[in-house]
Design a protein around this ligand. Structure first.
Ligand code: SF4
Length: 280
């Protein structure tokens, strides 16, 4: 194996090991126990010293750009992201603290370049209700906390209208670093960062997940679905009931949609057994 091919394989192994799914990778690659011990495991254990921060998507792009001879010499596994990351829901002993440690001073995608803070998430680690947004904005990037700007204040009002406090729920985003100029996260950035979100949800195991906006909806339900068509309906994310609704930032621009969001939140309240105000 050439040094470049070995570096590529080691980068894959480091990425999977980082997500705590290296055993899953080994099984899919149909590597025999002896081969795994003699070939693959040393590469995994050596990962910290040779770690190259690159997602599978970025790796695929790099390989496609390389020469045909080099590409054909590197037998990369064919992996569908949805099934790949299902395994992250079953990490023994996982915790929010461990996920934050695994993120570390993350440079796995380009969003690290202009961030001030990694905005991991905040709230009740045992919350029955989790709100998932798109990504940090300017205020969140400065404070290191999710939903603390204008849209965040509106979200707080929505939570309080449900009869809850922010500390009762958990709030996080699909990507943990602010996209420049508040642009939407790119698909490869979502693909790279969303496994941490999946692990957060697997640890918290809320009774309901509320997707705020199209990006969160795409990350948890699939890229080809329309939030305007499916908002307000009960969906599911890995066994957790899920409701999609509009992002508070959208409501700031389109206040007429507040009634639709409140209708969605009332369904969530009913599911959680919360008292719905009689005037609404
Ligand atoms: S957005 Fe996520 S994957 Fe990208 S650098 Fe930040 S923490 Fe890492």
């Amino acid at each position: 194996m050439t040094p470049e091919a070995r570096a590529n394989v080691e980068a894959w192994l480091a990425y999977f090991a980082d997500l705590k799914i290296s055993p899953f990778y080994l099984n899919r690659a149909v590597v025999s126990k002896n081969e795994a011990e003699s070939e693959v495991l040393p590469a995994t254990t050596a990962a910290p010293s040779i770690y190259i921060p690159m997602s599978p998507a970025a790796m695929r792009a790099k390989l496609q750009a390389s020469s045909p001879a080099a590409s054909s010499a590197i037998p990369l596994p064919v992996i569908k992201p949805a099934s790949l990351f299902e395994e992250t829901a079953r990490i023994d002993g996982d915790s929010l603290e461990r996920i934050r440690e695994d993120i570390g001073d993350c440079k796995r995608c380009r969003l690290c370049q202009q961030r001030n803070s990694i905005v991991f998430g905040a709230g009740n680690a045992h919350a029955q209700l989790v709100f998932v947004g798109e990504g940090p904005g300017r205020d969140e990037d400065i404070q290191g906390l999710p939903f603390v700007g204008r849209a965040g204040k509106l979200l707080t009002q929505m939570i309080e209208a449900m009869g809850l406090k922010r500390d009762d729920v958990y709030i996080c985003n699909v990507v943990k670093c602010r996209p420049p100029e508040n642009r939407a996260p790119e698909p490869d950035e979502m693909e790279t960062c969303s496994p941490f979100l999946y692990r957060q949800l697997a640890v918290i195991q809320p009774k309901v997940v509320v997707c705020l906006g199209a990006i969160a909806f795409q990350a948890l339900y699939g890229a080809k679905q329309s939030i305007s068509r499916l908002r307000g309906q009960w969906l599911e994310f890995r066994g957790i009931p899920m409701m999609a609704t509009y992002h508070p930032a959208y409501l700031l621009r389109n206040p007429n949609a507040k009634g639709e969001v409140w209708d969605d939140l009332k369904k969530v309240m009913a599911h959680l057994g919360l008292k719905i105000p009689s005037r609404s």
